[in-house]
Design a protein around this ligand. Structure first.
Ligand SMILES: Nc1[nH]c(=O)nc2c1ncn2[C@H]1C[C@H](O)[C@@H](COP(=O)(O)OP(=O)(O)OP(=O)(O)O)O1
Length: 323
């Protein structure tokens, strides 16, 4: 790896990959021909003359499985140096949705796959290193060396979107404790990877009403939530889930990583925070939530959480669900 100067590296060809991530599933393919035939991957391929990587990602997805992705965003970059001298650069994209139903073509068999059941054993070896990071909202840059289909080396550069959050907590003198675990997308999955037991874990909902007003609602993980009842309690009218794009724009997190700590990213204070009053009753010391990515859980004192929220300029509504 040390022999390759990745800064001056120029690819032989450029390609793109696109992951449609919707409703807890990702659209993968079994590739039937070309580089990596037989493997599971995302739709993708090499750029045609004059194309941008984003254009190629969308075109390849349409050609390979017949759907048109929407809300496409670049998420990271891969560089593959093959030992025979071939150099492939690959830009990785995700999309929140797609139009049409995926169909099998000569090139690929589409497979909607649950986010917690991605078959890494059947994919290129580098994928297990960066795909979970992408799904939890991190930007990545991975350089690897392949001898044919065998990965010989890999170096990975990852951006942690939680750095400014931890910095903010440190500046407030708030001590927190964070543990890492595999990415979790539901309360049930989170319960399987639990290390902290000294206080409630939370469930978080990013909601909007018809007028576009937004709420970040944090409740005890076991509290059943009825959106109609919640809308009445908040005086919000009819509430529905905010779209992934809205979530990203206003709170800077991916679906599955919603957390009260994301209120820090609402710099313009357009999101109203609603907190389950039971989390702040006497006897509750620590609260456990994700630090902007769903592959970690942070413990924060309940009084410290309120102090943190106040420091962001938000005045939370405390909702007593027991009356
Ligand atoms: N190690 C790796 N990990 C990964 O996730 N994707 C890889 C990879 N190495 C190559 N790819 C992907 C990137 C790109 O989307 C694709 C390139 O495959 P192909 O050369 O078959 O492209 P095309 O689909 O353009 O081929 P044709 O349609 O046959 O021209 O393989």
């Amino acid at each position: 790896m040390s022999e390759i100067d990745w800064a001056s590296w120029t690819p032989t060809e450029v390609s793109a990959l696109l992951f449609v991530v919707r409703g807890g599933q990702v659209l993968l393919i079994r590739k039937k021909r070309g580089l990596g035939a037989g493997k599971i991957n995302a739709p993708g391929g090499r750029l045609e003359p004059g194309e941008t990587p984003a254009d190629a990602a969308v075109r390849e997805t349409r050609e390979e499985v017949g759907v048109v992705p929407s809300a496409v965003r670049e998420r990271g970059e891969l560089r593959f140096q093959f030992t025979d001298g071939y150099k492939l650069q690959c830009f990785v994209f995700s999309a929140d949705d797609c139009e049409g139903e995926p169909v099998e073509t000569d090139e690929a068999l589409p497979i909607w796959t649950r986010l917690n059941a991605i078959p890494y054993d059947e994919m290129w070896a580098d994928d297990r290193e960066w795909l979970p990071l992408m799904l939890s909202g991190r930007r990545f840059f991975a350089c690897s060396i392949f001898d044919g289909e065998r990965m010989v080396d890999l170096s990975l550069d990852v951006q942690d979107p939680a750095e400014p959050l931890f910095e903010h907590l440190r500046a407030l003198g708030i001590a927190t404790e964070t543990v890492s675990h595999p990415p979790v997308f539901t309360v049930d999955e989170a319960k399987q990877h639990r290390a902290q037991h000294d206080g409630p874990h939370v469930k978080n909902l990013f909601l909007r009403n018809k007028k576009g007003a937004m709420w970040l609602v944090t409740v005890h993980e076991d509290r059943p939530i009825d959106l109609r009842d919640l809308g009445k309690r908040l005086g919000a009218g009819n509430l529905s889930f905010g779209s992934p794009e809205r979530l990203r724009t206003y709170l800077g997190v991916e679906p599955g990583s919603v957390t009260p700590l994301a209120i820090l990213n609402d710099r313009d204070r357009v999101v109203t925070m609603a907190l389950d009053a039971s989390l702040f009753r006497d006897g509750v010391s620590n609260i456990h939530c994700h630090p902007l990515t769903n592959d970690r859980t942070t413990s924060i004192g309940s009084a410290d959480l309120l102090r943190f929220v106040a420091s962001t300029g938000h005045d939370p509504v405390l909702v007593d669900f027991d009356v």
